[in-house]
Design a protein around this ligand. Structure first.
Ligand SMILES: Nc1ncnc2c1ncn2[C@@H]1O[C@H](COP(=O)(O)OP(=O)(O)O)[C@@H](O)[C@H]1O
Ligand SMILES: [Mg+2]
Length: 395
């Protein structure tokens, strides 16, 4: 009884048929002290001897027509069967048993209402199965039937998740291809708007009044902004395309290169930057470069109003996982809006306060996700911001 309860518990945790069969074939033998046990599955009109545990080989892997074998009889009749002398019973196909050790047997159907299989017990010496043994076996078969239904449910769900994921991925690929070609195609007309408005200004040199000049300036500014948007959208679309080329990356060197570039954009600024030494990572170098371009770009941008700007790049070990961070003491933001940050075109600051397109962090998040990591912000309005991220764990 105790063994049965243990088995019921194990069965309730089984998530695949292999596990169910492995539990049943051992427990079935232990319950009755039999010399062998088989796990039989109904396969259309055949009895399939899927698994066994016995002192010598039985029929593992073989299929017999249900009308000609005992497990088939138990399934068709939806009842157990116990036979003390198999060679005296006409239901037993003697030829199939002659090569085996079997003298006596007991078989119970799995799922009595509409059997999907059977459990067999076999003895090498003459044995009359007791009512208690049959009861234990039938109880095991009933739990097996529930376990098999669970397995079917789980595999059905897994299959559905797989199909849905594949559909989603296909839809995503289409969208990416679309935004890539749109961004790409928008460049040509934009270049001609920009080019011709410049030509117009040259042609009208000296004839433009201040108001007209202001209008042209706004056209030029708008085309520049649109060009930035297109570039950022292209960068975002590119991140999801193509394979990752992962290798060992010297993140300290990478961050320092980005810092040097940022300093060059605004040589007049005094920014106190600290990059931790010997920071290593494993990932796609050009994508990790884009991560730092964006995170450090933001750190420089949002500290622009501070005379004592300070930026830290480093990593720490959190429960065996490396967490990389980029920290600044800039404008910060209200954490209440933090969930919007990673959505393309979402910005928490006005464009005339701090310019930008709002695509950078969406790009960064995609890169981090493609590397199997996560990214999250911590910020306080007026005090500063830290972006932390992880990458795929490597053994
Ligand atoms: N270091 C930072 N400090 C303060 N706000 C930030 C920082 N990084 C990002 N943000 C906020 O997140 C928004 C989205 O960032 P991002 O996607 O890089 O777009 P962009 O830099 O073009 O504005 C920014 O507009 C800003 O409101
Ligand atoms: Mg940015």
């Amino acid at each position: 009884m105790e063994r049965l309860l243990g088995a019921v518990q194990e069965l309730s945790l089984a998530r695949d048929l292999q596990t169910v069969m492995a539990i049943v074939r051992t427990v079935a033998r232990e319950l009755t002290g039999a010399d062998g046990a088989t796990f039989v599955l109904r396969d259309d009109d055949k009895s399939y001897y899927a698994d066994e545990d016995a002192i010598a080989p039985l029929w593992k892997g073989r299929r017999f027509p249900m009308e000609t074998c005992i497990s088939g009889w138990a399934m068709l009749q939806r009842q157990h069967v116990a036979i003390e002398d198999i060679y005296a019973d006409p239901r037993v196909p003697a030829d199939a048993y002659r090569p085996t050790f079997v003298k006596s047997l007991a078989v119970v159907p799995i799922r009595r209402t509409a059997p999907i299989g059977a459990i067999g017990n076999y003895w090498a010496t003459s044995h009359r199965a007791t009512e208690e043994e049959i009861m234990l076996l039938q109880a095991l078969a009933d739990s097996t039937s529930i376990a098999m239904e669970n397995v079917e449910l789980v595999t059905g769900l897994e299959a559905r998740v797989r199909t849905r994921t594949a559909q989603l991925e296909a839809a995503n690929r289409d969208l990416e291809a679309f935004s890539y070609s749109v961004s790409h195609d928008l460049r040509a007309p934009l270049r001609s708007i920009d080019g011709f408005s410049r030509l117009l200004v040259e042609d009208l040199e000296g004839k433009l009044d201040d108001q007209a000049r202001g209008h042209v300036d706004r056209i030029t500014a708008a085309t520049t902004r649109m060009a930035d948007l297109i570039d950022d959208m292209l960068a975002l679309a590119k991140v999801s395309r193509g394979a990752l080329h992962e290798e060992a990356v010297d993140l300290s060197a990478l961050a320092r290169a980005v810092v040097a570039e940022q300093r060059a954009y605004a040589p007049e600024r005094q920014v106190d930057v600290h990059v931790q030494d010997d920071m290593a990572a494993h990932g796609d170098p050009s994508l990790l470069r884009a991560v730092f371009d964006n995170l450090l770009g933001n750190a420089f941008k949002f500290t622009a109003r501070r005379a004592d700007a300070r930026i830290d790049v480093g990593s720490s070990d959190v429960d065996g996982e490396i967490v990389y961070f980029v920290r600044d003491n800039g404008a910060g933001f209200d954490m209440g809006s933090a969930d919007k940050l990673f959505t393309p075109f979402q910005r928490l600051h006005a464009a005339d306060d701090f310019p930008g397109t709002g695509v950078g962090l969406a790009t960064v998040q995609r890169i981090v996700h493609r590397h199997g990591g996560t990214i999250w912000p911590e910020s306080k309005l007026g005090e500063g911001t830290t972006f932390s991220f992880t990458l795929r764990r490597r053994r």
